[in-house]
Ligand binder design. Structure first.
Ligand code: SF4
Length: 100
């Protein structure tokens, strides 16, 4: 496990620890049952120092796409996230950002 992956896992555990028991286990498993609230991970609708949902491994574009990244029509699209609830902007950002 790389240092970056380890740090991200620690961030997920730290956020999950602040939530009810059911949400914590779901978050650790990638949100199959219940996702984290935007407020819990400090979600924002704008990038943070060039980091954005469209470049995060957890982002799920609404219409699907081949690959991730900044180029193409998906750049400005909304979608969803594997670990955070609600509609997610590809230009958004949160504490759990994990680059592809
Ligand atoms: S930055 Fe946060 S909200 Fe955006 S895709 Fe990644 S984990 Fe989900």
């Amino acid at each position: 496990m790389s240092r970056r992956s380890w740090l991200k896992n620690i961030a997920v555990v730290a956020v999950a620890a602040a939530l009810p028991a059911g949400a914590a286990s779901a978050a650790a498993e990638g949100g199959k049952e219940k996702k984290l609230a935007k407020s819990a991970v400090h979600y924002q609708d704008r990038p943070n120092a060039g980091k954005m949902c469209g470049m995060c491994r957890y982002f799920l574009p609404a219409g699907g796409m081949v690959g991730h990244g900044m180029m193409g029509p998906q750049m400005m699209a909304e979608g969803s996230c594997q670990v955070v609830e609600g509609r997610i902007s590809s230009m958004g950002y949160c504490d759990l950002y994990t680059p592809i």
